[in-house]
Write a protein that binds this ligand. Structure first.
Ligand SMILES: Nc1ncnc2c1ncn2[C@@H]1O[C@H](COP(=O)(O)OP(=O)(O)OP(=O)(O)O)[C@@H](O)[C@H]1O
Ligand SMILES: N[C@@H](CCO)C(=O)O
Length: 345
């Protein structure tokens, strides 16, 4: 087989949860993290450059950057202790720490990078196992890998399988450390759900970050039975309602209500409660449903028309929050059926 000199990796942004589907549902958007890669002669040093969101803060050292350290982790499980000589240019339009799956897309990109650079010939199902060693919730990485509107779960893991969760955060090739654990197979399971393409996503992205880790720390360890049933009932209805034509906005809006994560996160996102109460199919034409995107702080409105006015109504609530208000921007996105790809040229 001839090794291709250049390849491009493309990974969509995602939104997770979609209301009641905490750690279960996610969708891929028409907004892409890309890696333009070129093999360099043997003995060359890695050359990495980066433009777009996070350009000022994201480290470009292979062992520190989430994309390359994920790639290093995967390669190390195949006995390869460094990245082959490469020039990598990252273009990232996905805002970091805002609930649009930036870390999930970076992890998926790292796994595709290892696969291409190391010629590992991994299947996407196997890649999902690796993703889940790095990011334990599947709801961003599954749609980023496979595309579309996706439901996913992990099989229950043994304590020794849970242990390696810190691997990509550490530096697996440093100090001649022991061979890091290879994920066991079939950790992740998923299914692509139907999606009515008349429904677009309006992502209103405020000008502050909420780290997923912090937004998970505010959640309770135990839930009331009534709250669990509330979410189970809605998620079952929602997954089918989003595939049906014509769009039943009233049903979808009600089915996007949640009692498992949003109520506990509302203090992290000023104005969110008001948005969820006031922006409905009845008050703003075109609205189909509204929720927190991932762990926030982005607000996701599903809509069929009137996207600018819908965004303006969310932005107006952000703008009148105390202490000078919160600036925000918005993007109108399609739900895309293609997931992460590597194109060789
Ligand atoms: N393209 C990237 N390159 C390197 N590191 C990245 C990249 N994108 C994200 N990260 C890392 O992931 C962190 C953000 O992850 P976090 O899980 O907090 O938020 P998110 O993934 O954007 O949101 P959510 O998981 O709620 O959708 C960043 O601070 C950065 O460390
Ligand atoms: N399901 C995860 C998604 C974060 O990206 C959460 O809400 O914490």
């Amino acid at each position: 087989m001839t090794t291709q000199t250049k390849f491009k990796i493309t990974v969509p942004a995602t939104s997770a949860n979609i209301g009641p589907g905490f750690d279960v549902l996610g969708m891929a958007f028409s907004l892409y993290l890309t890696l333009d890669c070129e093999r360099l002669p043997a003995g060359s040093a890695l050359q990495m450059s980066y433009e777009g969101e996070g350009a000022k803060d994201v480290p470009l050292i292979a062992e520190k950057n989430l994309i390359t350290k994920t790639a290093l982790y995967v390669l190390s499980t195949y006995g390869i202790t460094s990245l082959p000589p490469l020039k990598i240019h990252v273009t990232n339009p996905i805002p970091l720490g805002r609930g649009l799956g930036s870390s999930g897309s970076a992890v998926v990109a790292g796994i595709l990078l290892a696969n291409a650079a190391g010629e590992l010939n991994m299947s996407k199902d196997r890649m999902l196992d690796y993703c889940l060693m790095v990011e334990r919730h599947p709801d961003n990485v599954a749609p980023a890998l496979f595309g579309g509107f996706v439901a996913s779960f992990l099989r229950e893991l043994e304590p020794e399988e849970l242990e390696p969760s810190s691997i990509p955060r550490s530096e697996p090739t440093r100090n001649g450390a022991a061979q890091p654990p290879t994920p066991t197979v079939d950790i992740g399971h998923y299914i692509q759900l139907g999606w009515n393409q008349d429904i677009k996503a309006v992502a209103i992205i405020p000008d502050f970050e909420v780290a997923t880790e912090d937004a998970r720390a505010v959640l309770p360890d135990m839930y009331e039975r009534a709250d669990v049933i509330y979410n189970l009932q809605r998620i079952a209805v929602l997954t089918t309602a989003l595939s049906r034509s014509p769009v039943n906005a009233d049903l979808i809006h009600k089915a996007m209500s949640d009692k498992v994560h949003q109520p506990y996160r509302k203090h992290l996102i000023p104005g969110m409660s008001e948005m969820l109460e006031q922006i409905t199919p009845k008050t703003v034409p075109g609205v189909v449903g509204i929720c927190l995107s991932g762990a926030g702080p982005t607000i996701l409105v599903l809509a069929t028309e009137n996207f600018d006015q819908i965004a303006a109504s969310v932005q107006e609530i952000f703008a009148r929050q105390p202490n000078g208000g919160i600036k925000s921007m918005y993007k109108v996105l399609d739900v895309v059926n293609d997931g992460a790809q590597t194109v060789y040229h």
